[in-house]
Ligand binder design. Structure first.
Ligand SMILES: NC(=O)c1ccc[n+]([C@@H]2O[C@H](COP(=O)([O-])OP(=O)(O)OC[C@H]3O[C@@H](n4cnc5c(N)ncnc54)[C@H](O)[C@@H]3O)[C@@H](O)[C@H]2O)c1
Length: 324
């Protein structure tokens, strides 16, 4: 099969390209490198079934030709990271909604299947967990910029379903807190990778709020399997699937687990949300997926335990520190 992966140099995109290539497919990876890194694709250099195109998804001169030649588009390119949402909501809407809208229109025009990567953030602060795909979306006020990401991905879901009604084969997958090698460990990235780099560098692990907020941390290998299956099952088309993990862990427990797993004797400090994000932030207390639809239709089964996933990720960071 021939695949286009947008956001290919990013965290999940780079793993997705790798597995698709291992399976014998041809892959075109597109990324503007605004956040993604060529380092994430270094191991694919020389692979004759892989081509990387450095471009923004808004550049139709590249996008059209790529969409024309592939069978399936995995659309991962997006502005990702909570700190980005509160700092630049305009870019979030431009990339995640405006450019994505045009990509979907082109996919529809050329009749190419799309797997669209959405997020557990779309449920917002709905207190009724676990979240089923048809649950209500509950957001805060418009002047709280953090909601712009959830709103942008929700708008995309409406676009996907609109095009599905016009005949586009499209599958929407909602990821829940993914971690693993290649993830952004800066202040703009996810909490797992940030804690690991803090632990390994001997700096205190900064827990935002009191650490009682829970997430279901999902190892990237499980996410990639679910993502690929979403592109394969015809009965998945026109539907939405949660892809996450069954285990709910508080952020404070996660910090302790990372200190234990890394063997480091770091400190844990608590930082008020306002100090880190400014006033335009609101946290989500619990986030837990109902996975029954993905289990039944995609055969999804997140098998990597948090302990094993953390060990693998810590090992990767240690090897990376030796290499660079
Ligand atoms: N990581 C998670 O926990 C998580 C959770 C829910 C949803 N998602 C979704 O999964 C997808 C991948 O996320 P990720 O964690 O790998 O993020 P990431 O930031 O590592 O990857 C996104 C990639 O898109 C690229 N990009 C951004 N704007 C672009 C543009 N205009 N044109 C071309 N490329 C552009 C970036 O350079 C980056 O490499 C995103 O759509 C995200 O919303 C991720």
């Amino acid at each position: 099969m021939r695949y286009l992966v947008t956001g290919a140099a990013g965290f999940i995109g780079s793993h997705l390209c790798t597995v698709l290539l291992h399976q014998g497919n041809e892959v075109w990876g597109l990324d503007d490198l605004s956040k993604g890194k060529m380092q994430n694709l270094e191991h694919l250099r020389g692979n004759t079934r892989f081509d990387f195109i450095k471009s923004c998804i808004s550049q139709e001169k590249y996008l059209k030709g790529l969409i024309e030649k592939v069978d399936v588009i995995y659309h991962l390119a997006a502005v990702v990271g909570v700190k980005h949402y509160v700092e630049d909501p305009i870019r979030v809407i431009d990339v995640n909604v405006c450019y994505t809208s045009r990509l979907l229109e082109l996919a529809w025009k050329y009749g190419k299947k799309v797997v669209f990567t959405s997020t557990s953030e779309t449920y917002g602060k709905n207190p009724q967990v676990p979240f089923k795909e048809d649950a209500d979306r509950v957001y805060g006020p418009a002047d709280t910029d953090r909601w712009c990401y959830a709103i942008s991905k929700s708008a995309d879901e409406h676009l996907c379903l609109g095009y599905a009604a016009r005949g586009l084969p499209v599958v929407i997958i909602r990821y829940f807190n993914v971690y693993g090698p290649h993830a952004d460990s800066s202040d703009y990235g996810g909490v797992v990778n940030r804690f690991i780099t803090q632990a390994l560098s001997g700096t205190p692990l900064t827990v935002h709020g009191d650490g009682s907020q829970t997430r279901c941390f999902t190892y990237v290998d499980d996410i990639v399997k679910g993502t690929i299956e979403a592109g394969r099952h015809q009965e998945a088309e026109g539907n939405i699937f949660n892809l996450g993990h069954r285990r709910e862990t508080s952020v404070l427990d996660l910090a302790h687990m990372i200190l234990n797993a890394s063997g480091m004797k770091g400190e844990i400090v608590f930082q008020p949300y306002t100090e880190f994000y400014g006033s335009s932030y609101e946290d989500i207390p619990r986030r837990l997926p109902d996975l029954s639809a993905a289990e039944q239709i995609l055969g999804y089964d997140p098998a990597v335990t948090l302990e094993d996933g953390l060990m693998d990720t810590i090992k990767w960071y240690r090897n990376k520190a030796d290499r660079y």
